[in-house]
Ligand binder design. Structure first.
Ligand code: IFM
Length: 453
């Protein structure tokens, strides 16, 4: 029987965004070019030629946006820092205007009673660092620590919740191996080096944040879909093992002190991704990566069924999704997967806390004649995934909060503006915002601190 199930009293209810996807103002006030500026300005890279030049114009409209968050009753807001606004040369001279923007945003959030959660890197790397190799180069990992220090010194008195990187697997693999995200390379060896330097820079950044932000919670955010072999055939099981190694264990094992998984080292070697072995791993690196953190953030959207097929262009197992319920971006709706990944991760690594740092659905439902956005499918998606969070908590998982992706319709990377994940409708021509029905539902859910489950 369905009944209202309440969450723990201190459960953190939030929504998430990232800098390039919402801010716009791509060259304002001393900001330099990011890899996403370069990529989206290159014809043919992003659907419809869309760019984040203006996006939701949040850089100028943040007071209005905070008022909407307050109206929704959000307890927390997760946003990211545009590195090229802070350190236009990637390192060195600080751009005060960029730093002041985030400082004002943090003050505005706190005045509205909303806890800021800062993600330091959500993919918009300064182009000037990419010209040195991006995270494939160890020097970018060093520059990231500089960014961390500058930002956490400035905001650390008020921000008490930090994430180092968002979805390092997506940045490394989609950007450097598969060519669909900035910088658009198809270079597996570079992608492998990139994963290591992302992890390493995370480990180096953790003590810096702790020093500058007393009492802060610090962690990393990973993309974790629910993977299953499409069948129990040995070939599909093998494809599943490969995929889990590459996309998940390659990150979680080192973060929790187990080093890089040997089977995935062998897979990457066979793929040609490690032409010189693990030569990029220096003494002390693995200990730094395993620096204890306060939580792991999970971005969960869908289930992926893994089938053994080797597409020529990638030479990788392909993931096939089969369901009659898909979101507009083609991802399967599979709420039970969220309880399973939370439970499996906790049982495997025993982290002190978990947060769902992203979860949401792309549905393009436009405003109706009455001016409202009746996006029932998003409400249903969120309700079922929150019920899945409940089940994980009941099973003993220390799940401490949930951030809906996303606060706004925004720039969905290579998909441009067609895919709308927002709780808030954005008319990109006029910048009008409308709270969708799902936002009103989420607001009531926060007020009740519970869902029907
Ligand atoms: O929009 C992205 C976000 O930037 C990272 N996680 C997945 C979202 C939906 O694709």
């Amino acid at each position: 029987m369905t009944s209202l199930k309440t969450f723990p009293a201190d459960f953190l209810w939030g929504a998430a965004t990232s800098s390039y996807q919402i801010e716009g103002a791509w060259d304002a006030d001393g900001k330099s070019e990011s890899i996403w500026d370069r990529f989206s300005h290159t014809p043919g890279k992003v659907k419809n030629g869309d760019t984040g030049d203006v996006a939701c114009d949040h850089y100028h409209r943040w007071p209005e946006d905070i008022a909407l968050m307050r109206q929704m009753g959000l307890k927390a807001y997760r946003f990211s820092i545009a590195w090229p606004r802070i350190l236009p040369a990637g390192r060195g001279k600080v751009n005060q205007a960029g730093l002041d923007f985030y400082s004002r945003l943090v003050d505005g959030l706190l005045e509205a009673g909303i806890d800021p959660m800062v993600t330091l890197f959500h993919w918009d790397l300064p182009q000037i660092l990419e010209d040195e190799g991006g995270f494939a180069s160890r020097t970018t990992a060093e520059a990231f620590v500089e960014l961390t220090d500058v930002v956490s010194r400035k905001l650390g008195d008020r921000v008490k919740f930090w994430a180092t990187h968002n979805e390092p697997a997506v940045h490394a693999y989609l950007g450097y191996a598969m060519g669909v995200h900035a910088p658009g390379l198809k270079d597996y060896p570079k992608a492998a080096r990139c994963t290591h330097h992302l992890l390493l820079s995370h480990g180096w950044a953790v003590p810096v944040i702790r020093a500058n932000s007393a009492g802060a919670k610090v962690g990393m955010v990973l993309n974790v879909g629910y993977s299953q072999p499409a069948s129990h055939s040995p070939a599909d099981m093998e494809a599943y093992r490969f995929g889990q190694g590459m996309w998940l264990r390659w990150f979680t094992d080192p973060l929790y002190g187990r080093g890089y998984p040997g089977d995935t080292v062998a897979d990457f070697t066979a793929l040609g991704a490690l032409p010189n072995g693990l030569d990029f791993v220096q003494p002390g690196d693995m200990a730094a990566i395993a620096t204890p953190t306060d939580y792991l953030g999970i971005n969960y959207y869908a289930r992926h069924l893994t089938r053994a097929e080797i597409p020529e262009e990638q030479n990788l197992p392909v993931e096939v999704v089969q369901s009659d319920e898909m979101t507009d971006i083609g991802w399967e709706v599979f709420p039970e997967g969220l309880s399973r990944v939370l439970t499996q991760l906790y049982l495997t690594y025993h982290m002190p806390a978990l947060y769902v740092t992203e979860n949401g659905a792309s549905y393009a439902t436009p405003p109706s004649a009455d001016g409202a956005v009746h996006d029932e499918r998003r409400t249903s998606y969120l309700q079922r995934h929150l019920a899945a969070c409940q089940r994980a908590i009941e099973a003993g998982v220390p799940l401490k909060g949930y951030f809906c992706w996303s606060l706004f319709d925004n720039f969905e990377w290579a998909e441009g503006f067609d895919q709308r994940f927002g709780l808030i409708w954005v008319d990109f021509a006029t910048q009008q915002r409308i709270l969708k029905d799902s936002a009103l539902w989420y607001s009531r859910t926060i007020a009740l601190n519970g869902v029907l489950a």
